[in-house]
Design a protein around this ligand. Structure first.
Ligand code: ADP
Ligand code: 5GP
Length: 188
């Protein structure tokens, strides 16, 4: 079957992964699209579960072989991309695809899949709150947090390109709103 696609994007620290985990735990017919990434795994992350971790050389070979539906150099020398085979893998299970991609990647995927995709932008209350959340998350070195915050300002300007914008001030409200949008889209 050719299923539908749910695209979730936001600046780093806005709450994407938390909301995605909530959605995946709800028993909706959704499977997470595992991206390729060239950064090192965090301590809690597993290869083939959170990402397919690989070297820049391996990643570049896949670009050359036209294996990606989209890819971005999200941060300097850090490449992230979605394999075409990942979408086929999930659809072959009869599931819909759930993407966690950066803001440019989200706009790109929506342009490719149009009305079989819904794109949702998770809006943080402010950049200073993003900083607080990234520090509290404790997974990134200071220079990485700085890189993420610098990028956030430009990402916020693309929010209007998404089908929906969901504010994540109160997490429970944001989760409920994303759940409502996703199930509404899948039911139609
Ligand atoms: P992203 O995947 O967008 O980088 P995360 O889901 O990892 O963001 O969230 C970043 C941090 O902020 C996590 O530690 C998470 O628990 C926390 N967080 C998420 N939403 C909220 C919220 N509404 N209020 C406070 N903290 C939040
Ligand atoms: P992180 O390093 O925090 O896991 O992810 C950094 C950023 O890369 C996040 O915004 C995440 O959504 C994005 N990202 C993850 N996978 C992909 C992908 O396949 N394509 C694109 N364009 N961005 C991705």
């Amino acid at each position: 079957m050719k299923g539908k696609l749910i695209i979730i994007s936001a600046p780093s620290g806005a709450g994407k992964s938390t909301i995605i985990k909530y959605l995946l735990d709800r028993g909706i017919n959704l499977e997470f699209s595992i991206s390729c990434a060239t950064r090192a795994p965090r301590s809690s992350e597993k290869d083939g579960v959170d990402y397919y971790f690989m070297s820049v050389e391996e990643f570049r070979k896949k670009i050359k072989n036209d294996e990606f539906i989209e890819w971005e150099e999200v941060y300097k020398d850090q490449l992230y991309g979605t394999l075409k085979s990942e979408i086929d893998r999930i659809w072959s299970h009869g599931s819909h695809v759930l993407f966690d991609v950066d803001v440019k990647g989200g706009v790109h995927l929506k342009n490719i899949f149009k009305n079989i995709a819904i794109s949702i932008f998770i809006m943080p209350p402010s950049i200073s709150e993003l900083e607080k959340r990234l520090i509290a998350r404790g997974t990134d070195a200071d220079y990485k947090i700085k890189m993420r915050l610098e990028k956030a300002a430009e990402e916020l300007m693309l929010a209007d390109s998404f089908d929906n914008i969901v504010g994540n001030n109160n997490l429970e409200e944001a989760e409920n709103e994303v759940y409502r949008l996703v199930t509404g889209f899948l039911d139609n």
